[in-house]
Write a protein that binds this ligand. Structure first.
Ligand code: P5A
Length: 442
């Protein structure tokens, strides 16, 4: 793939309207383009990265047995009137009238719609639990959309919903998502900490926000630093292990500011373990029992009795994650975008020195590209006539983690291989492909 043929409109400088790093860089590298306040087009580079994040989010949902489906973005107001949230949601909800004058809305979340789907088909407790998810655009008419994709009006969310017979089983479902979220964020190389949080317009009295530490985050957090040492790698999906895992996390004080209690913080956390900082909410899980199932009459037969199902919902901000990962990983000093390899837009860039009269390096680059492609290494060739330093800078900025540099007197066998931000080595192509491949590219 030639860089000159791609639609990656890079700007020379950071755009002045953007206040935080991720917003600046996403605009600068041509990942997104604003179409109106808080609404963005995802250009090829940004879209490619978001799709890779989505894939990881999806795989971890599938691993805990959640079934994927797809609900529409536009919903009827009827079900929201049944739950009582049509009025409560206020101005954040974008309301639309269709040509028959029916009240419709662009879904800000899907608790009502999924409950309506559930109630029309599931009648027996024997079909429980049901765990369902989709990955779909949402719209919230935020009062102050800002920071690019971090707080926008139209955004991409993975939202899942659980239906169980009783509190105990519902707690089990909740804990499955708790683990799936820890696994998801770990694969994205983020250290996201579950913190007790307010439930806001979703409701219920149990919820955890998954927060990554970042100065530019909008959530103020208070935590016991030791919570960062809790491990989840060896945890199984059985009830007891999941219960223990959540207990282990909940043993440490970790809350967002709405739940902050100074007395408790002082009593439970020694001064050297106190962490008071800001963070970005990348996921949020809720348990709200029969808040929706009761008004919407979603029940199952259980020993001749009608039981309202107990529900939870579980969100990941897929589009927000793109910005959040930049905030967490960007190397400001060296201007390197450190995408984890699993979501990097390309695995390797070949940077040949070219000029009008001598295209021999381009022939070489094509040969190397073919070999890497046969090893499933997604490779891009910078076929422009820019100097090598500027090519390297450009690909550092785009976040391509490996570079092969073809300079003036390039050896036919030994190539200059740059592991971005770490070291440069002379290696042959088979050594290079081994290094890239062992870095778990898929
Ligand atoms: C859980 C799934 C819900 O909506 N209903 C379905 C529940 N939760 S939430 O916390 O309100 O949102 C889930 C995640 O979506 C991201 N998010 C946003 N991303 C970008 N711009 C926004 N305006 C925005 N609002 C929410 C967050 O990552 C949040 O954790």
């Amino acid at each position: 793939m030639y860089f000159s043929k791609l639609f990656i409109p890079i700007l020379k400088n950071n755009p002045s309207e953007a206040k935080i790093k991720s917003h600046q860089l996403m605009l600068r590298t041509g990942m997104i383009k604003q179409s109106s306040a808080g609404i963005y087009s995802w250009l090829p580079l940004g879209f490619k990265i978001m799709k890779k994040i989505e894939k990881i989010v999806r795989e971890e949902q599938d691993k805990i047995g959640v079934q994927e489906m797809l609900m529409p973005t536009i919903q009827s107001s009827d079900i929201w009137k049944e739950s009582g949230r049509y009025e409560d949601y206020g101005e954040e909800m974008l309301r639309i009238k269709d040509r028959q004058n029916r009240e419709m809305l662009y879904g800000p979340t899907n608790e009502e719609l999924i409950t309506e789907i559930f109630r029309s088909s599931i009648k027996s407790y024997k079909s429980l639990p049901q765990l369902l998810y989709h990955i779909q655009w949402k719209f919230r008419d935020e009062l102050r959309p800002r920071f690019g994709v971090m707080r926008c009006r139209e955004f991409y969310m993975k939202d899942a919903y659980s239906f169980d017979l009783n509190d105990d089983e519902a707690n089990f479902s909740y804990n499955k998502f708790f683990l799936a979220y820890l696994r998801t964020f770990k694969r994205l190389k983020l250290s996201a900490i579950p913190m007790a949080a307010d439930t806001g317009p979703i409701g219920g009295n149990l919820s955890h926000e998954f927060i990554i530490i970042a100065e530019t985050g909008e959530s103020k957090i208070y935590a016991d630093k030791r919570i960062f040492n809790v491990k989840h790698d060896a945890v199984n999906l059985d009830k007891q292990s999941l219960h223990n895992l959540r207990n282990e996390y909940e043993n440490y004080y970790a809350v967002t500011d709405e739940k902050f209690n100074k007395k408790k913080f002082d009593e439970n956390v020694s001064s050297e373990n106190k962490l008071e900082t800001k963070g970005i909410e990348v996921g949020h899980i809720f348990y709200f029992g029969d808040k929706y199932s009761k008004p919407l009459q979603a029940s199952v037969d259980y020993n001749g009795k009608k039981e309202f199902v107990k529900m939870g919902s579980y969100g990941v901000g897929v589009s927000r994650l793109v910005g959040a990962i930049i905030e967490a990983k960007y190397d400001e000093k060296n201007e390197i975008m450190n995408w984890p390899i699993s979501i990097a837009p390309y695995h390797c860039a070949i940077l040949p020195l070219l000029n009008k009269n001598d295209k021999s390096n381009l022939v070489k680059a094509n040969k190397i590209c073919e070999i890497l492609k046969s090893k499933k290494i997604d490779t891009i060739i910078d076929d422009t006539e820019d100097g090598l330093t500027s090519k390297m800078k450009k690909f550092n900025l785009l976040g391509v983690p490996y570079q092969i540099i073809l300079g003036k007197n390039t050896d036919d066998k030994l190539l200059e291989f740059n592991i971005v931000g770490k070291e440069t080595k002379s290696l042959d192509i088979s050594q290079i492909s081994k290094i890239i491949n062992t870095d778990n590219i898929n």
